[in-house]
Design a protein around this ligand. Sequence first.
Ligand code: SF4
Length: 458
Amino acid sequence: MLLRHTPAEIQERSALTINPAKTCQPIGAMYAALGIHRCFPHSHGSQGCCAYHRSMLTRHYKEPIMAGTSSFTEGASVFGGMANLTQAVDAIFHLYEPDVIAVHTTCLSETIGDDIPQIVSSARDAGKIPEGRHVIHANTPSYVGSHVTGFAAMTKAMVDYFAEPGREKGSGVNIIPGYVEPADMAEIQRLARALGVEAVVFPDTSGVLDAPQTGRHEFYPRGGVTLEALRSTGARRATLALGSTASSPAARALEAKCGVPALQLDLPIGLLATDQFVDALRRTAGVAVPEAVSVERGQLLDLITDMEQYLHGRSVAVAGDPDQVVALTGFLVSLGMRPAHVVTGTPGKEVERRVRELAAGAPGPVNVKAGGDLFLFHQWIKQEPVDLIIGNTYCKYIARDEDIPLVRHGFPVLDRIGHVAFPTVGYRGAMRLLEKILDALLDRQDRDAPEESFELVM
Ligand code: SF4
């Protein structure tokens, strides 16, 4: 209803974003920081930014998100935030006793030009950082990038601050899972374990943002990658970076710092991308794929075979994070579906190239824009309607206005519950995603069917 004014006619826009398909960098940095065990994220900027970041994460993950803020006032905005950050570090270590404070900047502190390493170094000299505790940082101004590049920056900071070169490369691997749900991170670990591969997954929000309800509040839940594991990342055989936008900066930094080879893969969404992930694990760790994993794969293949008749030739509009839209495009094409419109708010020509490459096998052309917005996405849909939309909660307005079924996927999902608990990566995740896609299409068919063709068996 709210978007009925969106015109179908597209006019060239270079300096105006309407209904962004992204959010700001610190949100991703905060999410990544929560994936370190006993880490306290800290926003170096005004309270308003931190309140927004926390509430966005809280609404998506349905968990209270803790984080500190430097609480900038007019004074800090003019003279810099050194005094505020120094006081904050001191207070946080005394009050909350984290092992790590992960500082990310905001638009304001970046514009002022606060030098975080210098402030932290002064705080250490002044005895504000207890022995054995750490303060790490990422620069995350939001006038560039998106929450995904913020996630990438904080993940890279984990390498910059903690990875230690090993004299010998061990047998295990590093996996950087990308900007995915806690359940996805757990599923990636489960698959690695099933193959007998010892893997350090970082960041790892499983066990933190999907922690069990025990009746007792745990300020630092059990999950998250430990500092010991992060230190060991420099002595592993290889790093599998899942999703180039979110994961490759950290993987490349680890390669440069410790000589750990980086292997770039798509997010393991769907059969083929999961095959590539499993095969990369098999080759880098020198293991065999066990029967149990082959069975899961076969079950997914069987489901695809059963569903294909309903999916073939259906057109889909996809909006979301860059690594997600790339992986989803590959998955949809493998099902015989046609990704007609693909938009991500994060700029990056590589994403457009990958989407075009993956969509080349689809029946029909694809509109793709990295650095686009949901206004353009809506206009494309008006020009060429589709059978299905896949995207975050903000797409519900377009879905309602155009009367098109919506499968919620990605970040943020604010109006549904459960997405945190169920993976969409791996063979099992693909089965769940498939079920959601087919349910949406067949529910629509049922809704629209005249009485004489309202079928019991479809
Ligand atoms: S001012 Fe910048 S960092 Fe703060 S909420 Fe807005 S975009 Fe995000």
